[in-house]
Ligand binder design. Sequence first.
Ligand SMILES: C[S@@+](CC[C@H](N)C(=O)[O-])C[C@H]1O[C@@H](n2cnc3c(N)ncnc32)[C@H](O)[C@@H]1O
Length: 198
Amino acid sequence: MTKSDVFYDLGCGRGQLCVVAVTEFGVKRAVGIELHRGRAEKAAANIEKLGLSDRVEIRNEDFMDSDLHDATIAYCGTYESEEDVSHFGSELAPGSRLVTLFLPFVGVIPTAADYPFYMMETPFKKTKDVSRWISSVLFRKATVGELLRELDTDREYRYDKRTLKQMMRNRFANRQVGFSRKWAPKGATTADPSRLPG
Ligand SMILES: C[S@@+](CC[C@H](N)C(=O)[O-])C[C@H]1O[C@@H](n2cnc3c(N)ncnc32)[C@H](O)[C@@H]1O
């Protein structure tokens, strides 16, 4: 992040990331969006106490209803929901960046990654090829089962496996060309997400 950035924290809690964005990265402006009224109030009070109200704005609203047009970089640490790709793909201005935690959006190729953070740039670069997406997540070829096992090793990441699998089934083509048997899910002849293990 640089001085010309406008940073949005989507689900900002008590606003700590906005404080860091402004004081340590020197961004032009930061906006924290928080649904929970008590947390939003605490965040706003904290920002005021720190004398940062001219550069940090806290909004008590659902980030799915927020105007994000001036964000150059946004962070969303909550789990992906089904509508996120189309929502953020259209709400964020072209050329802006969205950073997520633990995984990029399912089927979106990240432009940068520093685990557990993944950065995606708008317009999102999408793929229907599960193997290509997994390679962009793990930086190596792996099966869907291996990806899920890898996610299981992170104790901080208590993801909903059923939701993730369903998203993968919805986003990736069922039959894929060039997906080697060697690293296909056990028993599968292709990287067929309809045959996700477990
Ligand atoms: C784990 S906290 C993260 C706080 C902060 N981003 C950080 O990393 O320190 C996630 C916050 O997101 C908020 N949240 C979840 N869904 C939201 C939504 N749709 N709109 C606004 N806030 C939301 C929750 O209320 C919670 O305070």
